[in-house]
Design a binder for this molecule. Structure first.
Ligand code: COI
Length: 400
């Protein structure tokens, strides 16, 4: 009933917008590019952007805008809500030359009760803080982080995929050195942005369709004492050539081993590695300086423990242990839990089993995200959308 009431709430206008806003129309082309978005207004309710909710993949869709903060003279400003997905940045900005940039990924869900909640945002905030320390970037305050996430959800509520679709509003906080700098050194200015994009399945296969994986012997993802444990933009740039070479060989995904010995499991191009062993343990690598801390992996470990499973986080010798893997999954915010069907390394091939335990873990995490299962670890944070008195969308940022 609560869900129905919220969905039927009349369209309301965001507080404080100066420019007149175009009305929603399912046929209006997006002003800012991207496919299918019905850009135009911060009015609306969950799903009212009228996208093909059941067929979303992981592609850019224009939305209503983003939140932007600037750090200058030793402090962060109060931030603005910006409608255009463009930014004017100095050509000598640190991000372009020295790659001083980090990003995050989390999702907001429309739940069974009709609320909109963001999942594990504090785990992401901590991961970004780890990266900001490593990349010498000033850390956004917790208040800034929360305000920005909530504002972006509210102003883009029309782009939150409806509960029944299984989609999510992917949230992308990112931060970079935006001040001009010729010699190598920390930037004089930083920009912190949160934007969002409605998404469905990352690998386009939907649900739990399994992928064939190539063991990556041609490239390393991270040096033993490098920055592989940070969600640094450069780690993903360095993966592109390897990812394309993998695809050329007919594999949608590859697995990186450790750079020193090419022996121990690290992670996939896009996500962490989890195996369910033949004796029913949850096994995932321990390589805290080179494998990215995955919020999804940490949630799945907890769910596995709640299910009574033994969780082992330790170095995994791939060839010595692969015959002991009953199931393997690539796990992450974007891919959720994507099962691996086989591993190929040179002329060797190993077949993995059906994802039974992984499916149970996947279904449980999805049930928590959809508000169908108790969130006993406090991973969901409900975003307050409307002002109780005026019924208008809340807004704490002025428009640019
Ligand atoms: C995520 O899972 O959120 C990521 O950032 C991975 C990226 C390749 C989409």
């Amino acid at each position: 009933m609560a869900a129905l009431l919220r969905l039927q709430r009349p369209a309301v206008r965001a507080v404080g917008l100066k420019r007149p806003l175009a009305a929603f129309s399912s046929t209006a082309p997006p002003l800012w590019g991207g496919k299918g978005g019905t850009y135009g207004s911060t009015e609306g309710t969950v799903g009212s952007a009228n996208l093909p909710w059941n067929d979303l993949g992981f592609d850019y869709i224009a939305t209503n805008g983003h939140v932007r903060h600037t750090w200058k003279d030793g402090k962060w400003d109060d931030g603005v809500f910006v409608r255009e997905p463009y930014i004017n940045v100095h050509i000598l900005a640190n991000v372009f030359h020295y790659g001083q940039a980090l990003f995050e990924g989390l999702k907001a869900y429309h739940t069974k009760d009709g609320d909109v909640s963001v999942f594990v945002n504090q785990k992401c905030r901590k991961r970004m803080s780890h990266g900001t320390a490593r990349m010498h970037i000033p850390q956004p305050s917790e208040r800034m982080w929360m305000d920005a996430l909530e504002e972006v959800v509210r102003q883009n509520v029309a782009f939150v995929p409806p509960y029944s679709s299984g989609g999510a509003l992917y949230m992308r906080p990112f931060i970079f050195g935006s001040g001009p700098k010729l010699g190598l050194g920390p930037s004089s200015e930083y920009t912190f942005i949160v934007f969002c994009n409605p998404t469905g399945s990352y690998y386009g296969s939907g649900g739990m369709q399994a992928l064939d994986c190539l063991v990556n012997d041609q490239y390393d993802r991270a040096a033993p004492l490098g920055a592989g444990d940070c969600k640094a933009a450069g780690n993903y740039a360095a993966d592109l050539e390897s990812m394309m070479a993998t695809k050329k060989q007919g594999y949608p995904i590859s697995l990186y081993l450790d750079a020193r010995e090419k022996r121990y499991v690290e992670e996939f191009n896009t996500s962490n590695f989890v195996a369910i062993t033949k004796d029913g343990k949850y096994l995932t690598p321990h390589a805290p300086r080179s494998v990215l801390y995955s919020t999804t992996n940490s949630v799945l470990r907890q769910i596995a423990r709640d299910m009574g499973m033994t969780v082992e986080q330790r170095p995994i010798d791939f060839e010595a242990e692969v015959d002991n893997f009953a199931e393997v999954g690539a796990v992450g915010t974007a891919v959720v839990v994507t099962p691996i069907k086989s591993f190929t390394r040179g002329d060797k091939k190993w077949q993995m089993g059906e994802p039974k335990v992984l499916k149970e873990l996947h279904d449980r995490v999805r049930a928590i995200q959809k508000g169908e299962m108790e969130d006993k670890h406090g991973w969901m944070h409900q975003v307050k959308l409307f002002d109780d008195h005026t019924s208008k969308l809340l807004s704490v940022y002025p428009p640019l």
